[in-house]
Design a binder for this molecule. Sequence first.
Ligand code: GFB
Length: 314
Amino acid sequence: MERDSRIFVAGHRGLAGSAICRRLAAAGYSNLILRDRWQLDLREARAVADFFAAEQPEYVFLAAAKVGGILANSSRPAEFIHDNLAIQTNTIEAARRHGVKKFLFLGSSCIYPKFAPQPIREDSLLSGPLEPTNEWYAVAKIAGIKMAQAYRAQYGFRAISLMPTNLYGPQDNFDLATSHVLPALIRKFHAAKMAGDPEVVIWGTGSPRREFLHVDDLADAALHLMLHYDDPEIINVGTGEDITIRELAELVASIVGFQGGLRFDPSKPDGTPRKLLDVTRLHSLGWRARIPLRQGIAETYQWFQSHALESVVK
Ligand code: GFB
């Protein structure tokens, strides 16, 4: 990939896509091709084909996806399966037709079986039943991985698939109905601190374990793997460490400065008990996560206060 290569970052307004753009720009890649959702609807095959024909991107980072937390996944299953299947099918096919040199696809740690042995190795994929709260999203992402592998096998299309763990960072979604747990907790603790509330409600039992990766680390790994990895096998991208939701809540509360109590609401779903990634393969390729969780959350809280607060807190 040359500094002036034509690089399409799909989903550049989102959490992962915006971080990939920042990382590429910092490394001197100056020819990024970006389209807002209203300019290019990746769910529309004709629009995607026309875009590739006109722009002829050489490299693609597919960071566009329908994503959301545990509630959004289980309440809008049709959108999660349809939109993701359409986005990835249209983009991979157009990229192949128009001679894209290398393509990076993002899966997720939630596509592994619900009870996969921990830490989860890449070869656990499709070895057992999925977690029901996100099976629609998982099935779509697994189809994307298989499509990338099929296109490599049949057409020699150089697609790689990364499996990031739970991501967080600037540009995250702080809408409580659709967000993931980390931005939800930042928002809830901040609101409770400002209002002087005695307690904050945390969904579920607090016992599930999750691994959190700062999105700037994900972007750094994405560039590293785009440059140095060219294999059909999926590759996990995580920190190799996880914490319970209770521990996460205590950590976020201390960073935000909320001094009240925590109340757990077991009527809300816990989701999968644990999904810690085995990052042995990633480490063997010379890449490790660098941003410590406390530092990453503190920076994300700052970003929330300066960018997202007005739009989310009435
Ligand atoms: O981040 P999250 O929504 O998704 O929830 P998953 C993680 C855990 O945090 C669950 C708990 O056990 C939630 O019950 N939790 C506690 C909360 N309080 C809250 C809250 O206020 N909001 C939210 N959202 N959760 C997702 C998948 O699973 O992981 C996606 O649904 C995606 O498909 C993503 O793959 C990475 O980690 O359970």
